[in-house]
Ligand binder design. Sequence first.
Ligand code: ATP
Length: 440
Amino acid sequence: MKNTTLNIGFDDTDSPKGMCTTYLAYKLVNSLKQDNVKFLDYPRLIRFNPNIPWKTRGNGAVSLKVETKNPEKVKSKVIKFVTKFSDLKNGANPGVVFYENNSIPQEFTELSKKALWSLISRSQIKKFISKHNLESFHIGNGQGLVGALGAIGYQFDDHTFELLSYRKKSQFGKKRNIVPSSVKQMQEKTYPKTFNSFDTKKEKIIFAPHGPDPVFFGIRGEDVDSLFDASKMIQTKEKPVGHLIFKSNQGTGDHLQNELEIDSIKPYSSGVIVGVVCGEPTIEQGGHIKFVISKNGSELTCFVYKPTGITNDAAQLIKGDQIRVGGGIRRSSAKHGRVLNVEFFEVLKLQKKTILTNPTCFKCNKKMKSKGRNQGFECKRCGKNATKKITLVLPRKIKNQLYIPQSSAHRHLTRPRQRIHVTNKNTKFVNSSKWISNYN
Ligand code: ATP
């Protein structure tokens, strides 16, 4: 029998009440390894458009690339695991796609790219699957097929890794007791090889979920060795069952690559707009900042939310500032039309901020007093006169730079500050014992 390369994509196995697609991957990969299936790459955790309304948490899907002499056996195992571990009674709509080939067609990649920033309908994905005669499996409405196919088609221009540590079943739903100072120290010691584990401003752990899902914690970073070493620095009494390291598009900002046109903007899409601020920002209830930008004569309202930590900066924008702003489009409500929820903004060109004020006497260095309406100004000390007010340029409290939210408000795809000029390419797959561990 000859060897076949099999790509396996799956998604939508979890619900807010439990389970997690990456945990299913952990179980599945362990089982496939026991069957001596050869892995050709790290498991891939791909985050798609964070603004779709029906995601459970971070809109993540998983794909695996394996080599096997018996693809049918692998496929039936995948379907068995997806059926067994999906949280079907709480609304999961799992989808699985198989593709037997070493290289991935361009059309798959294009569809995957689209899923990063727009909405893909179920009929669109089902048509794609039948056009390419792909083997697929789904339970429920088939929504999971979007992520399943997207995860196979995704091509990395940049990537990061995440080590996900999983809990024993007996611990599911219980409080996670992790020593915060050990996480802080781990982050300091491993910087810049890991990111977003600890929020130093709020002095709190941000690498562990709070909910009932099986994830104990997740360490994000640049390479497998750094993550493996970092995981050993975490102090806790709980003994997890094991970990799996994923290659991921997290921290790459990949959902904010495309330029949106205000006139044809669709709700739930993500992207960037280069425009000019139309007026002074206003402070809304809750401390959120609202401003309007215009591009090619069309206007769009933007909201910067308080938890991002960049509202004070956004409040400094003035009419005429040119900015590049990225985020997701909220659908219109009774109160607002379509709104861009800001995930970052970059000041490209600052307008001069000026005020008209009474002239200063050159001799006495004192502000002159008005002599009455349209009668000019006079220095009270030396009697010198002037006719007009002068224009004063005020310092701007905002700079030509990028403003990104504080780490506790980051989405999975947000590019953290420390990654701004970092791009990982061509990481070779090393089939060591580090990327998957079973502690039992
Ligand atoms: P977790 O992060 O815990 O894995 P999740 O947030 O990924 O959960 P899912 O339960 O997987 O949530 O739900 C996301 C659903 O949206 C999946 O069915 C996925 O196939 C689908 N989906 C992903 N991207 C798009 C898109 N751009 N358009 C339409 N559907 C999409």
